[in-house]
Design a protein around this ligand. Structure first.
Ligand code: TXD
Length: 315
């Protein structure tokens, strides 16, 4: 009797720019079979077929499919949500919050119904509020609902450091905490180059400039593209998280995780280092922060709380 080997089922809710690229990257790495879902008819099917036709050239056997029917999402092991609308001219941040939180509620109800054992990774913006909504609606344990932001922000920071120092990106190890964007908290004490503390290679003024560029990394790309936000690096960041889960790698990565007693957050999502494996958020690593880092982190938590309060007020 042959043993029953099954591949992980990875479903992507939202087959736009990030969803499409994530489908491609996950298939190329053979992380599992990929189901692309979107409300736009034909689009996920078209992207899936295009990716499937890469397989003979690139040599991967993951099955990539597209659908407009949630029944096809049934039994997913990992679900990544990128569904939502980007901000359009004339729309306030609250308008976006209202629209996307409605989408997040509807999407999460379907995930709960079709894939009750999945780990959900939320990507849609405003990230820290959307992941909170997903937790509330799913009723899943908080270890199975997390958000992607920190892997991307840290990747941007590592890219700029490698450019500055003229060394391989592979040798830059770094960590950023806090929310996605302006309130991001850099931790120079957790930044090293081939094991060498960053302070020995770069003065703190230059490091601050690099952190600032990472902090505004999303806006820099929006400014260049003009028609949308970044998607290749966000898709790569999600791919790394999916890989950690489906291969139970127990990677130490900065992710938006539900912190209650941790860091004294009191029940909100915020970017912290976690151990990511088959169980989702298997552990939140609590670092000892300096006074300045604690203040910056608190500032970030306050911004998240404010966003969640606005979202609650919209109901
Ligand atoms: O690091 C991060 N977290 C981020 C997040 C980095 C970059 C971009 N970030 C946010 O991700 C961005 O602000 C958006 O909220 C999401 C997705 O970005 P993407 O660039 O992929 O947006 P697209 O191309 O507009 O894709 C969104 C898709 C689109 O195809 C819609 O038709 C679909 O979402 N959509 C839905 N799918 C399913 N169900 C519903 N209800 C739905 N509504 C829209």
């Amino acid at each position: 009797m042959p043993r029953d080997f099954t591949r992980a089922k990875i479903s992507l809710i939202g087959a736009g720019q990030i969803g499409g690229n994530l489908a491609m990257m996950a298939a190329q790495k053979e992380l599992g079979d990929v189901m692309l879902f979107d409300i736009v008819e034909g689009m996920p099917q078209g992207k899936a077929l295009d990716i499937a036709e890469m397989a003979p050239v690139q040599g991967f056997d993951s099955i990539v499919s597209g659908t407009n029917d949630y029944a096809d999402v049934t039994g997913s092991d990992v679900v990544i949500v990128t569904a939502g609308l980007p901000r359009k001219p004339g729309m306030s941040r609250d308008d976006l919050l209202a629209t996307n939180s409605k989408i997040m509620t509807a999407v999460t109800e379907q995930i709960k119904e079709t894939s009750p054992n999945a780990v959900i990774i939320v990507v849609s913006n405003p990230l820290d509020a959307m992941v909170q909504r997903c937790l509330q609606v799913s009723g899943f344990p908080s270890n199975r609902v997390l958000g992607q932001a920190g892997v991307l922000d840290t990747a941007r920071y590592r890219t700029f450091l490698a450019m500055e120092l003229g060394v391989s990106v592979e040798d830059i190890s770094a960590l950023l905490m806090g929310g996605h964007g302006d309130t991001m908290v850099p931790l120079p004490s957790c930044t090293s180059v081939g094991g060498i503390p960053i302070a020995q290679l770069l003065d703190s003024a230059r490091l601050d400039e690099i952190v600032d560029r990472a902090r505004k990394g999303g806006a820099e790309i929006v400014g260049l593209l003009k028609t949308g936000s970044a998607y290749y690096a966000p898709a790569a960041a999600c791919t790394q998280m999916v890989e950690a889960i489906v291969k139970d790698k127990k990677r130490v990565l900065p992710c938006a995780a539900y912190c209650d007693s941790e860091y004294g957050v009191g029940g909100y999502y915020v970017g912290v280092p976690i151990v990511l494996g088959a169980g989702g958020v298997e552990r939140i690593i609590e670092l000892e922060l300096t006074e300045q880092e604690t203040a910056a982190f608190q500032n970030s938590v306050d911004a998240v709380k404010e966003l969640v309060a606005v979202m609650a007020g919209l109901e």
